[in-house]
Design a protein around this ligand. Structure first.
Ligand code: FE2
Length: 410
């Protein structure tokens, strides 16, 4: 599949620890990072679910902790700065991000800004930010997810919202990889069916986009830093991880949504989300994530839900450009593709994803979350600003194409 002379590299969190009950090892992991004191960055929901209490109750005497529990979905730039200032004030040895993708991203921000100061926009790519590289290691950081989806614990990206501009931007830098991604599927058991479904569909989109993203090398990267992709394109390792992740999510998301305490389903969803994240963090994403940003910026729809509403139509658009891969996705999703030609089989992938989304309670179109037809041309224009994501999409996409996809997904 890959030429023998292709050069690729792989980056990930310093360490990954995975398994039900793994959170019990958090105190010793904090100590191993030199920590006598820790700042937990989390959100109200994690506190209300009792997860925060159960984590700190297990801390041994002598391990001091503070809590910043103001993380929220679509965290705005000012929240990152606030978390950073708080971290500077309490000056912990180690920061732990505990929660969904937003808490983990805000924790990355606290770890960055407490070590290097400044504003989060200093590190956001131009034209929105200054695009400064992170000058060195950040405050030691452990990411502990309580959802199975975003995979932020395994990536070097933090997504920052700019509410006034209705924009979402990202900081991507190797120093944002956590020192430890500690993934304990038992922490996801209390997640209600709705967020389980939408975060699971996000994981599926990471696996599908990572599996189908274009392969490119450094010399064909755009000159403009704003358009340069955050990722290196797919390679044999990302392919293997994304392939397995599609299989895991296809087999276990329905079960995890229908019975949250099915620990085997939860474990396989956490594993699928982790593998998908390890894959896309290196391979890259595609147009689904580009189209989702303007919609979520305007309507504040949860990331996973926005993604789930767009993914099938983007797949339908992309399938002719990578028919073997989409045919394989259809097969992994449980569709019998025997007897179909390549193109017919590829088209079945989008159908299978639509069926999964419907089965886990995702509404059947963008209109259900308040999107109206008159917004679509502007969303399509805004999508074109996200070339760092579009550059990896297997099929070239114009603003007209994006508008057509939005219309079909309405
Ligand atoms: Fe995502």
């Amino acid at each position: 599949m890959f030429e023998a002379d292709s050069v690729w590299e792989y980056s990930m969190a310093d360490r990954l620890k995975f398994g039900p009950g793994a959170v019990a090892e958090l105190p010793e992991e904090i100590r191993a990072l030199g920590g006598e004191s820790v700042l937990l960055v989390t959100d109200e929901g994690v506190r209300e679910a009792g997860i925060l209490d159960s984590v700190v109750e297990a801390f041994p005497p002598g391990l001091e902790y503070d809590v910043f529990d103001e993380a929220e979905s679509d965290p705005p730039a000012e929240l990152f700065v606030r978390a950073g200032r708080y971290a500077e004030e309490v000056d912990p040895d180690v920061i732990v991000g505990l929660g969904g993708g937003s808490s983990i991203d805000v924790g990355k921000g606290a770890s960055l800004l407490s070590a290097h100061g400044g504003d989060v926009l200093d590190y956001v790519a131009p034209p929105t930010g200054e695009g400064q590289p992170i000058p060195g290691p950040t405050t030691p950081y452990v990411a502990v997810p309580t959802t199975a989806g975003t995979g932020s614990e395994s990536t070097s990206v933090a997504v920052v919202s700019l509410p006034e501009q209705k924009l979402k931007v990202g900081i991507s830098d190797k120093h944002l990889f956590p020192d430890l991604a500690l993934v304990d599927p038992s922490l996801t058991v209390s997640l209600p069916p709705g967020p389980t479904a939408s975060s699971g569909m996000d994981a599926l989109s990471h696996a599908i986009e990572g599996y189908t993203t274009r392969r490119f090398d450094a010399k064909e990267r755009p000159d403009s830093p704003a358009d340069r992709p955050d990722y290196g394109g797919r390679n044999v390792l990302s392919d293997t991880l994304c392939h397995e992740a599609i299989d895991l999510v296809a087999d276990h998301l329905r079960r995890a949504v229908n019975n949250g305490s099915d620990l085997a389903a939860r474990r396989n969803m956490s594993l699928g989300a982790t593998m998908a994240a390890l894959g896309f963090a290196n391979a890259g994403l595609g147009a689904t994530h580009a189209l989702a940003y303007p919609v979520a910026g305007e309507h504040h729809t949860p990331h996973g839900l926005t993604i789930a509403l767009l993914l099938p139509e983007v797949m339908r658009f992309n399938a002719p450009s990578a028919p073997e891969r989409y045919a394989e996705i259809a097969r992994l999703m449980g569709t019998d593709v025997s007897g179909l030609d390549r193109r017919e089989a590829a088209e079945k992938a989008a159908v299978a994803v639509e069926e999964l989304a419907a089965d886990v309670g995702i509404p059947d179109g963008l209109a259900a979350v308040g999107v109206t037809e008159d917004e679509l041309p502007r969303f399509a224009e805004d999508t074109m600003q996200l070339q760092r994501l579009l550059v990896g999409n297997p099929r070239r996409m114009t603003a007209e194409d994006a508008e057509t996809i939005f219309r079909r997904a309405l």
